[in-house]
Design a protein around this ligand. Structure first.
Ligand SMILES: [Zn+2]
Length: 318
């Protein structure tokens, strides 16, 4: 009898393992929201344009080609919405060419000066912008809670605007080359705490998930469950093994409802496909966790309406 019982348990365990494995292998086919995308002029990193992805070295591309390449990736991968930031004039052109696809934002202070706060309020109230981020204050030597950002943070909190802050990595060696004020030490997630305490209603998301400061990121996500992260560009910019180690650690610590997909597409549209495949191949994620990371968490964070969500799901069923 005991042996029979043991056999039954073993079969049960094996089948649930099989179903979990099958579930983890299952690709997510629904809509995707990209919480971190840029509209940049092609020569933003110099000309000819370096291409760290194709490895093809430098090429000449136009803004139109980058935009078309990005829109093609969005169509192919069912990206139904993206938070888009960059120099305002470039962002405006992308929005005009693809209405309804982007929540746009200025990208300050790295690519545009700190705008007059009343002028910025006017832009949000007029619908010129719908999000605030990427805020790249770390490139200007600022900590996340730097008081110079206070008027913008207060505006975002007051108007209920999603606020995305660059926290963490940049390119290697940039503090000694093109970004002399950038400090990785200003990208520690615990430095966010004064900002969160001062602005408890701020809809804050931590861009780049505060990599590589895993413990500090866990501390913030645990202590402030309303704070989310985006995982850009970890899935294509750092070694893939390290990306999975980091994402898995956040998921196993119970933060799978606070993690949002982001590509950090800059001037290399192929980064989008790479970023998505890296999450699709994560065999430690259940299908539901993939759905949460690709869509559900961002839809909740952005407070999308039931009608918007239904439309998105219908689009991807076609
Ligand atoms: Zn970015």
């Amino acid at each position: 009898m005991i042996r029979l019982f043991r056999t039954f348990i073993a079969v049960l365990a094996a089948s649930s393992l099989q179903s979990n494995a099958a579930d983890a292998q299952e690709r997510y086919e629904g809509p995707i929201i990209d919480m971190h995308m840029h509209a940049y002029p092609p020569d933003i990193f110099g000309s000819p344009v370096p291409n760290p992805i194709s490895g093809l070295g430098s090429t000449e591309v136009t803004e139109e080609e980058i935009r078309q390449g990005t829109l093609e990736q969005m169509r192919r991968h069912k990206i139904v919405l993206a938070v888009l930031s960059g120099p305002p004039e470039v962002v405006a052109r992308w929005k005009e060419r693809a209405p309804g696809l982007f929540l746009t934002s200025p990208h300050f202070p790295r690519w545009s000066p700190l705008t007059d706060i009343d002028e910025m309020r006017g832009q949000y109230e007029a619908g010129v912008f719908e999000a605030m981020g990427e805020i790249s204050s770390q490139y200007s030597g600022m900590e996340p809670a730097d008081k110079r950002l206070e008027p913008y943070v207060a505006l975002a909190e007051e108007l209920g605007i999603p606020f995305g802050l660059h926290v963490g990595l940049s390119g290697r060696g940039v503090a000694l080359t093109e970004h002399p004020d950038y400090r990785i030490g200003n990208g520690r997630p615990l430095l966010l705490e004064p900002l969160i305490i001062r602005h408890p209603d701020l809809r804050l998301y931590v861009m780049h998930a505060g990599w590589p400061f895993l413990d500090e990121m866990k501390a913030i996500l645990w202590s402030y469950p309303h704070v989310y992260v985006d995982i850009s560009p970890l899935s294509w910019f750092i070694p893939t093994k390290e990306f999975h180690t980091y994402l898995r650690a956040l998921v196993e610590a119970g933060f799978d409802k606070q993690i949002m997909f982001g590509s950090d597409q800059m001037i290399w549209p192929d980064a989008i496909g790479l970023a998505i495949e890296a999450v699709q191949e994560a065999d430690y994620l259940t299908h539901e966790q993939k759905a949460d990371i690709f869509y559900n968490n961002a839809a909740r964070f952005l407070e999308l309406s039931g009608a918007e969500i239904t439309t998105h799901k219908e689009i991807t069923r076609q």
